[in-house]
Structure formats: structure tokens, C-alpha cells
Design a protein around this ligand. Structure first.
Ligand SMILES: O=C(O)CCC(=O)C(=O)O
Length: 291
């Protein structure tokens, strides 16, 4: 739950860093869980996820690494518990402005020591556009994220500009000459802090140059009554209710279910029934940048 001052600040700036939402011992346990999970996955598949556009930022960025796991709650119950935690979802509910909070997806990011990848500035909107823009991210920090580790940086108030044109190549990003990462306001964080921001808020991050990894999970959430305007970036677990109910009784039918069920989603028309327009590889391996 946010105070009215915190909520007013969020609406003004498009983000809020909630300090100590989780305790340091909780954050430490989740950091270990995240690192163990990534180590397990590394034994069976490539978990590298640096955007092509990030590598293109500089000679230093070209050799950076970003380890990732999407939908972490399918691999460890610790993350299932995290995403329904009342402390997290009550803040999400305040920001969304209603009692109901629905999962879009989760992703663990580990920026390895000394060479953790940057993110060019971008809005999350082009990766998964929605009609009412209720979509928010909550980045939960499991270890220290000072500026030198490539903490997340935001452009305060940028959400009020609405959706901006992005370059698709190498992951949807804003033109790097007009939007350098250095122009954004860094949000250094401590273990247990959670950064909430709108999917319209311009954000990115720098390189981790320290001798410690930076470990986070990003939980992307929306109002269940805010349907996607483009059918893209679907994943298993999407649509799970984290708080409250889905008044529409399943606004979003996963593609696999839609095929089985036929066009049985009232009022969703072509936007939900047809194939996804090419959106530039949001989240799909090999499609030019994961989200
Ligand atoms: O974790 C970060 O440094 C930034 C992540 C990000 O910008 C994103 O996933 O959209």
C-alpha cells in the first residue's frame, strides 16, 4: 500500500522506489535462489540475453553479459510465493488503481561482475502494448545495485508523453543519440528495495563494472481488464491472478488455448483472434532482444 504522497509522486514521475519492501534476509535468500536457478539452467541451455542494441552502445558494451530466466515461478516455488506476496501486490494495486492485479511475466536478470550488460533507454510499451496502459514493472533487488553496478535509471515524467516511436533492431529502444543512458536518473537500490514504474516510463541501465553480480527479478503486472492491443509476448503463466479477481473471467486466452477453444472471447475482435503482427522479437529467442 502506498501513502497518498507516494502515489501522487508516482503519478507525477512514473516511478517509485519502495525501500525495504522485503527484508535483507529475504532478499539474500532470493538472491541465492536466483543464482542457483541460473546455474542449473546454464547446465542445459544458453541463458545469455544481452540486447543487440546494448552491445552496439560501445566497445566495452560489446563484450558484456546478461544472464536471464523468464517465468521464474515455474522453476522455483520461492518466486511463486514472491509474486503473490501482499507487500508487492498491494503496492501494485495502489498504482494500477484497482483491487485486481494480473501477472504478465517475470524475469530474473543477473548482470555478472565486471561485465554486466547495459540496457539502452526504452519504454516497455512496444514489447507488449495494451489498450489502457495499466502495465507496470516491479524490479525487486536481491543485492546491492549502486550506479557502478548498472542500476536501473529512469526519465522522470516521461510516461506522460505516451507511447514513443522506438527502433526495433536489437530490441525495441529509443534512438541512442537522442536518449543516452547517462541522461536518465539512476535509482541505486539496496537488497529488498523494489522499483515500480509504468511501461511508458523511459528507463534503461548501465554496465556492471563492480566485482559483484547484480541480481533482480522483474515482475510485470497489469489490470486484468486492460487487454493487449497486439497479441504478442505471450508466455505460460500469463494471466495468473496475483491479487483480487479477473472480473472478465479470463480476458486473455493464451494462443494455445485460443486455438482449442476457437474465437470464444467476447468483445476482443480481431486484435485478439488474429496472428500477432511482427513486433520485433519481444521475448522470443533469436528475434532481436528479450524482454
Ligand atoms: O534490469 C535492468 O537493468 C533493466 C531492465 C529493463 O530495462 C527491462 O527489462 O525492460
Amino acid at each position: 500500500m502506498l501513502t497518498s504522497e507516494q502515489l501522487a509522486s508516482y503519478h507525477e514521475t512514473g516511478y517509485i522506489l519502495v525501500r525495504g519492501l522485503f527484508s535483507r534476509p529475504e532478499a539474500a535468500a532470493l538472491r541465492d535462489e536466483a543464482r542457483d536457478l541460473i546455474a542449473r539452467l546454464q547446465r542445459i541451455r544458453n541463458v545469455e540475453a544481452t540486447w543487440g542494441a546494448a552491445r552496439a552502445l560501445s566497445a566495452e558494451a560489446a563484450s558484456t553479459q546478461l544472464l536471464h530466466c523468464h517465468d521464474a515461478q515455474f522453476y522455483s516455488a520461492a518466486f511463486s510465493r514472491l509474486i503473490v506476496d501482499d507487500r508487492l501486490t498491494s503496492v501494485a494495486s495502489s498504482i494500477i488503481g484497482g483491487p485486481n492485479v494480473q501477472l504478465h511475466h517475470t524475469k530474473i536478470f543477473i548482470k555478472p561482475a565486471e561485465r554486466g550488460s547495459p540496457f539502452p533507454l526504452h519504454q516497455d510499451y512496444p514489447f507488449f502494448p495494451h489498450e489502457r496502459h495499466s502495465m507496470i514493472a516491479a524490479i525487486c533487488h536481491f543485492d546491492e545495485a549502486p550506479v557502478e553496478k548498472g542500476c536501473v535509471a529512469v526519465v522522470p515524467g516521461s510516461h506522460r508523453q505516451g507511447p514513443l516511436p522506438h527502433d526495433r533492431e536489437g530490441g525495441w529502444h529509443l534512438p541512442v543519440d537522442r536518449y543516452p543512458v547517462e541522461s536518465a536518473v539512476p535509482c541505486p537500490a539496496e537488497p529488498g528495495d523494489v522499483l515500480f514504474f509504468s511501461y511508458l516510463t523511459i528507463h534503461g541501465s548501465g554496465i556492471n563494472r563492480t566485482n559483484e553480480p547484480r541480481t533482480t527479478i522483474l515482475v510485470q503486472m497489469r489490470d486484468p481488464e486492460d487487454p493487449p492491443s497486439v497479441r504478442t509476448h505471450e508466455s505460460r503463466g500469463q494471466g495468473m491472478m496475483l491479487r483480487g479477481i479477473d472480473p472478465s473471467c479470463c480476458t486473455v486466452v493464451p494462443a494455445s488455448e485460443a486455438v482449442k477453444a476457437g474465437p470464444a472471447v467476447p468483445g476482443m475482435g480481431g486484435a485478439m483472434g488474429g496472428p500477432a503482427p511482427a513486433m520485433g522479437g519481444a521475448g522470443a529467442p533469436g528475434m532481436g532482444g528479450r524482454m
